[in-house]
Design a protein around this ligand. Sequence first.
Ligand code: C2E
Ligand code: CA
Ligand code: CA
Length: 523
Amino acid sequence: MRKKVTTTLVLVAGLLGVAVPVLAALYLAHRQSMDAEVRLAMTMAEEVLRRADDVGDQAITAYRSLAEVDGFGPCSDADIERMRRLELQLSSIEVVGRVDGDRLICSSMGLPPGGIPLGPPLWTSSLDSRIRPAVDLGLGDGNQFLVLQKANFAVAVNPQVLLDSFEDRQDFSMGIVGYTSRKLMSGRGAFNELWLNRLGNEHSAVLFDGNHLVALRKSNTYDVAAFVAVPVALLRSRLYSFAKVLVPISLIPGALLCFGIFRLARHRASLASQLRAALKRREFSLHYQPIMELASGRIVGFEALMRWRNREGTRLRPDLFIPAAEDCGLIPQFTEYALECATREIPRLIAFCPGVFVSINLASSDLHSERTIDLLRNLLQTPGIKPENIVVEATEHSFLDPQRAGLIVAGIRALGIRVAIDDFGTGYCGLSHLTNLETDFLKIDKVFVEAAGTESATGQVALHIIRIAKTLGLKIIGEGVENEGQAAFLREHGVEFGQGWWFHAAMPLEKILKLPSGNSGAG
Ligand code: C2E
Ligand code: CA
Ligand code: CA
């Protein structure tokens, strides 16, 4: 079950490790390509509009010049000569002329008999300029001109002049439009007059209509707007080119992450299989650390502490392999193993030291499983082991689910086995949870024993713990006593029991059995 969960987690983490950076890269590529296209399209629209404004300015110059009365009549030779000079001065303008009705009666091209028909204007701008977007001036080359007329003056412009800066960008649609009329003055490619709705009161806008990304720019001076539209296919190809760079880069951290996860999972799996194999080979054993009655100095109990001596003969510390066993879900096997050893060895300890108790460490998951009660009940079936010979130790971490743990603790105590709260003060569990539990002993962690009586911040903690234990009617065991000062401190403050190297380190059973028997006695 646990393995399945781990495999699933590794798979999910692996997939996420690849998917998240790739998706992020694609999003980034999309943003980058869009941003780049928007910037480019807007710059081009600005340039197209600049050209259009320029044409407008030149047309006004021409109109003003034609309106001046210089003493010669309209369409006189001198007037035509003036128009020629004007047309040469005005770089964007091809023809300057005078209009009567819908006819160009004379112009910088001369005085054609009967004039040149222009046809009716297609619209009149909000500035009263009459616009004819495609007029054949009869030059014989079939060129269509954009003719702008104000009063009786007209200019003709080659509409391509507005767009010729971007001859090389035939893939973009672009043009100049009468803003009020919504009609095209000059343009190429796609155009949809609805695009202009987006401008509203603004002078520029960007929109995406599903087929094109469109940049719009409205003139500050004239009744015109410029547009540049980037087709969606072009956007996609730009996206691909960004993605081609970003996706492989994003795969590097993804791949590293997956590799890391895979290595971790393999390490876990190999640690789990090492621990399983070591259990099978019975490489673990129990050592026993005497617990002393502080007042009399007699041994009243032993804490069973697990030891691992592997095949290479290396001794490994339980605070390394017990947490690893917890991680790998192997605690049930370890607890069963410890209780098996205890079943064999405790009767010998009791025979040596009648009335002693042996304290067995339980892990957090043991306090959440009914099976622990069954195992302890079995232990009590062993001839020579009575309930008062057994204490179980549970750390504060075990009470993170206090209701569940409380039930198991009650079940254990119903067997007559006593319960100690281990490492008190180092966990995260609220004191209120612990006070609600029926327990028998409280073990003061060695960090507080070490600091007891010193000026440090933790120096006062031992005293608080002692006070709490007394209030709750619990017997106290001070752990990690390393010198007489610590032993005296505990004794003076009414702590009943002590355990630590000052008295004895943990030892194998055979060594315990060699201790002077006068050193021991019932608690
Ligand atoms: P613990 O329950 O707090 O055990 C006390 C630890 O303090 C033991 O470390 C012991 O050897 C050490 N100790 C004893 N006297 C002194 C002293 O005077 N000074 C100092 N500095 N240390 C002292 P050990 O044996 O390495 O065990 C470490 C932890 O591993 C234990 O902490 C316990 O949480 C866990 N553990 C050990 N055996 C078992 C077991 O069979 N089952 C479970 N679930 N956990 C176990
Ligand atoms: Ca312990
Ligand atoms: Ca402890």
